[in-house]
Design a protein around this ligand. Structure first.
Ligand code: 5GP
Length: 198
């Protein structure tokens, strides 16, 4: 049962989704500390008064929303935000690398410093496609930051400038990541109890 309260744990494992969450892999505090660390590293690469203008964060909907907004708040330089939605064909838990744009960027990125903000890199196929697609639009620079990466699941090489956490090859939810559109609202990254899939 959901109990709205001021407590940090109001979306704790047992409160909202019963026993669907098998384990907490990365806590809310660990995510916050890592985001701050990444923001400091990223800011060093982009001077606040760069001739290319403000750093343009490109978030991939919907999973990257939580990370993107927290990262933007933590970055000690001016940033702007754009969003793309892409759909990878495949099963609910694995990608095929065939990607369709569901929502494109609203703005031209030519001449801009662009930082793709990803929630998770699994096979790497979606990101690899996205990087190729955005690079044809002539940005001044194009780099990637991802909160999570599964090194054992990678099926293609993609250059990623910043990685928050390398995690085991398990399906995770929370902090923007869903299973059938559920669990995005959890403030931590957790694994699902197998009963949820069956
Ligand atoms: P990739 O193309 O790298 O295999 O996967 C890209 C997309 O698959 C991610 O952006 C994410 O939407 C989804 N995905 C991959 N692994 C996971 C996972 O462990 N949990 C969730 N919720 N989504 C995942």
């Amino acid at each position: 049962m959901y109990r709205p309260s001021g407590s940090e744990n109001q979306k704790g494992t047992a409160d909202v989704y019963g026993d669907d969450i098998a384990s907490v892999l990365i806590t809310q505090d660990e995510i916050a500390a890592k985001t701050k660390e990444l923001a400091e590293l990223i800011a060093k690469r982009y001077p606040a008064d760069a001739p290319e203008g403000d750093l343009l964060l490109v978030g991939v909907l919907k999973g990257a929303i939580f990370f993107m907004t927290d990262l933007a708040k933590a970055l000690p330089i001016p940033t702007q935000m754009e969003f793309m939605a892409v759909s990878s064909y495949g099963s609910s838990t694995s990608s095929s690398g065939v990607v369709r744009i569901m929502k494109d960027l609203d703005k031209d990125i030519a001449g801009r410093n662009v930082l793709i903000v990803e929630d998770i890199i699994d096979s790497g196929l979606t990101l690899s496609w996205l990087k190729r697609n955005l690079s044809t639009r002539n940005p001044a620079s194009l780099e990637v930051v991802t909160l999570l990466r599964k090194p054992d699941a990678l099926r293609t090489h993609v250059d990623v400038a910043h990685v928050g956490f390398d995690i085991p090859n398990e399906f995770v939810v929370g902090y923007g990541l869903d299973y059938a559109e559920r669990y995005r609202d959890l403030p931590y990254i957790g694994t699902l109890d197998p009963k949820v899939y069956s």
